[in-house]
Design a protein around this ligand. Sequence first.
Ligand SMILES: [Zn+2]
Length: 338
Amino acid sequence: MWKTVGQDHLIRQISASLQAGRVGHAYLLVGPPHVGKMTLAMDLAAAVNCRGEENQHDGPCGRCEQCARVSRGVHADVSVVAVGGDSQTPTRISIRQVREAENFLSITPVEGGWKVIILDGAETLSAGQSESANALLKTLEEPPERALLLLLSSAEEAILPTIRSRCRILGLRPMSGELLAEFLITEHGAESAYALWLSRLARGCPGWAINALKDPTVLERRTALVDDIAEPGSSPLDDRFSYANTLAGGFANDRESVRQTLYLWQSWWRDVLLVREGVSQHVQNSDRRADLESLAAATSSHLVVPFLRRIQETLAALDANANPRLALESLMLDVPAA
Ligand SMILES: [Zn+2]
């Protein structure tokens, strides 16, 4: 019983490996934030440790003691390493954390199954700190028996090639809006029109939609971000640069939220394009239709299309450790004029 949703292409592949007893030692799980990387990692950790009686050995049974302990986060042989886990290095995974993870993997499994390390934020291993990356490479080259290393990242381009090449890559894809809405209705009791709207805002990422269902501040934050984005096109350059500076200032401590903001920029200008092209039924930010329409009327598709490409380039440049202030200021210069 997999908890992962919308990733049937990966579940098929992993189930076959599990059944054939050909599970790898290292996987790199990549996909946008909240798409379900941690859920899939937990499913994998449960699957290799599952002792369900009727289990076909092609996934976690979801009912045995092992599966339950993994899902509650109390399994002795499964450990999550995350950015911020070392107070000395709040923005990246530290060498100390990598060494502890290696020790953890090298000790015989307490509960008799597999040792599993889930390393969330694998791209931070390449941010000018070769020591941690080298320590990890050693483990990837000579993995202990029955040890599974799961690296999670939403910035695949930023993963060191030497790390990447030693992992099997599992690419998670955003779910279709219809599938996600159905999931929110059946599994989370969401009302159907609301589920449909949330599934559009979530851009296929179930984790974001579930957070928004549980926590109203998620939608409040999104509204505030959209307010900021809806403005720069018509605001003076000084204001746009000060916006870029604020965004860049937060990058060192929280690159993920800057990425999220740029994804929102993408979704906003994609919507402007859809309205311009007369297919506004597909817009994601449907609660801001009036803003989108007035912007669409004031700009041209010839400006919006290259700007969407510029956002993509900026995301890639930030992943490749470009100077965030320069990258974001330069993006602000290209905001389509209203
Ligand atoms: Zn089980």
